[in-house]
Design a protein around this ligand. Sequence first.
Ligand SMILES: *Cc1c(COP(=O)(O)O)cnc(C)c1O
Length: 341
Amino acid sequence: MYPQLGGFLQDAFQQGILSISHRSEAFMTMAGEAIQLMKEKLEIPQDYTVMFVNSATESWEILPQSLLTGESLHVYSGSFGEKWYQYAHHIRPEAKAVVLEIDQELKPEELPVGEQTQMLCITQNETSNATQVRPEILQKLRSQYPNVLIAVDVTSSLAGIYLPIEAADYWYASVQKCFGLPAGLGIVICSPKAIARMKEIGEKGRYNSLSNIWENIQKTQTHITPNVLGIYLLKRVMEMVPSIRETDKRVKEQASYWYKELAGLKQFELLVQNEAVRSDTVIGVKGSKEDIATIKTKAKAHGILLGAGYGGLKESTFRIANFPALEAYELEQLHEFLKAY
Ligand SMILES: *Cc1c(COP(=O)(O)O)cnc(C)c1O
């Protein structure tokens, strides 16, 4: 969390934000400001639509439900990409998967994209195994397959690194990662092409049909009573943060610093060998079960919580969340700990 959140929470309480109706003018103004600030700070094109949902997980389902009538092609190397594929497959059995090795770079020209492929689904930052699909590759996908819609999971990278939003059609994230905010709010960003496709398909009737979410956001309202506090805090954080280009630079410098430092630890290895696919916002380290348990226990005694591994990598890795909200003193603390290890 950003340390400024304490003050923002106090402000929310004192200004009566916690009691406003989500159909009120006050809410519409606040939500509109949050969206506008996000567009400015994150370089989201003005003709894209920003919408509020409950989580990234919900966005996994909204996509096959409202934007597909047939095949989606999911390309992934880790657990989050796999879960997305499974939820999509449950709704649209035509969903297909291309599973990459952890160190394997996505090659746009090698994908089995065909006439029937309606959507390419990419997990840009795979939080579970600390890999990423570099933004340049998303741009290549766009030029290679101009007629296929592209959906991108940026749950653990949006607001952390610069992303070429114009290169894809359906982006989503949760705010508890790079936004430095408490959990309980998801963001979906759609291109004009995605909205046109939504209208063409005309799926309706569910509370979270994309058309219902979209119709409400036209009035700067939401389809459900939303996390009003979360939207308020998002607005305050977006006011406070610098441009995404600046954050991108800082996060990447910090990442290369951690990779260098961690590569020097004797008992451990970087989880991702191929530099081209290493994440900037999630740093993964692997070792024996015993060594991983030991470093986590020792770090804890120093007041540092090293992130556990995820899924099948739970015991054989630890992860560092290299998120923008980390402060200099926290980085220094970890640096001192690793130096002495
Ligand atoms: C955290 C995460 C999710 C799930 O986010 P929720 O807020 O729990 O829905 C999905 N995808 C990726 C890549 C994640 O890191």
